[in-house]
Design a protein around this ligand. Structure first.
Ligand code: WQD
Length: 337
């Protein structure tokens, strides 16, 4: 079975390539290397001893996408990670996000329509829920008005896929990620944020390793147990495995709906201060931080109800917050030495 992984050298993509190869899938990776490094290919090979086929393609170039599918006629499934994903950047540069996250998706789907039985997995996000009314969040929670162009591209992407699946042979699964963190236990691959990390955990590990002076905690006046915002932090390897089981479901295709949606998280919420405490425990280091004002666009809390993924996919996160933070710390120390 030959699977195309777009954005396969990125953070979640690379970890998914490893789990696909471990399951015996043949993997072809497309990446434009804008937000990833070709060295990740070596890391994947060091883990699985199998080097995926790699093509440096920018999915915004329609002709390149067409040429790719003309060359690879035996693709059995596509897992689509390639997209821009920085919330703040999307506010400053919306057209970059609409071109990269929407055009690329359209060009991919146009090619998939021509494939006999197309299995498609889309990287979506809990961002589509905005500030959900009820915790934990189920898949039936309403999709609310996007808080950023990035979040809007995820909502639009889901709608495009649903519309196309109705009138084509495409079967799709939308995976709404909560907060992916951590790194492969081998420390051969992990998160490589460009510039100053926007996300909490890479900022924590870069502070602990001495790259950053201190962590700014964005707000401690939220209506939560300790005043800091709550998220569902899921180990990236658990998230990667959710893609493998979702793909296997599509391939078996036992009377499934054309489009299915699953929340992929641990089902547990952790506040920023709880993450800091957990990190200090696993790293045995005191983390310098200061409380500052809230960050625009942040929700108070978001954590997943994972019953649907547990029951239908037979998938459950295996790693704890501490496991994930420990793997992130091991990775940070490795890349800085
Ligand atoms: C987590 C918490 C911050 C940094 C975003 C996207 C989501 C997905 C993951 C792509 C929040 C606080 C953060 C810092 C802090 N992206 N924080 N100091 O915003 O929940 O989700 O990234 O797929 O779609 O929306 O993740 O890690 O940025 O923030 O206090 O330096 O940590 O306020 O409460 P977020 P995050």
């Amino acid at each position: 079975m030959k699977i195309l992984v777009t954005g396969g050298l990125g953070f979640i993509g690379s970890h998914t390539v490893v789990e696909l190869q471990n399951e015996g899938f043949e993997v072809v990776v497309i990446d434009n290397l804008f937000n990833s490094s070709i060295d990740v290919l070596d890391g994947i090979e060091r883990i699985t001893k199998k080097r995926p086929v790699f093509e440096n393609i920018d999915l915004r170039d329609k002709k390149s996408v067409q040429d790719f599918f003309a060359k690879h006629k035996d693709i059995n499934g596509v897992i689509h990670f390639a997209a821009s994903k920085a919330v703040g950047e999307s506010v400053e540069n919306p057209l970059l996000y609409y071109e990269n996250n929407i055009n690329a998706l359209v060009y991919l789907l146009q090619e998939l329509q021509a494939i006999e039985k197309a299995n498609f997995i889309f990287s979506s996000s809990c961002t589509v829920y905005g500030q959900a009314e009820k915790m934990p969040i189920t898949e039936n929670a309403p999709v609310q008005e996007a808080m950023s162009p990035y979040g809007n591209t995820k909502q639009i992407g889901e709608e495009i896929i649903s519309d196309v699946a109705k009138v084509s042979n495409i079967n799709a699964i939308l995976l709404r990620y909560f907060n992916p963190i951590g790194a492969h236990p081998s420390a051969e691959i992990g998160e490589l944020p460009l510039g100053v990390p926007q996300n909490l955990v890479p900022f924590i590990t870069q502070t602990a390793v001495g790259l950053r002076k201190e962590l700014s905690v964005f707000g401690d006046d939220y209506p939560t147990s300790d005043g800091t915002a709550v998220r569902d932090y899921i180990h990236v390897v658990d998230l990667a495995n959710a893609h493998v089981v979702a793909l296997q479901r599509l391939i078996k295709n036992k009377n499934i709906q054309k489009v299915e949606t699953f929340n992929i998280g641990t089902g547990k919420g952790s506040s920023v201060l709880e993450v800091i405490t957990a990190f200090e425990k696993v790293s045995n280091k005191k983390l310098p931080y200061k409380i500052v004002g809230r960050r625009a666009g942040d929700v108070i809390e978001a954590y997943a109800n994972t019953d649907k993924a547990n029951k239908i996919l037979g998938w459950q996160a295996q790693s704890s917050l501490e496991d994930a933070l420990s793997s992130a710390w091991k990775w940070e120390q490795k890349i800085r030495n």
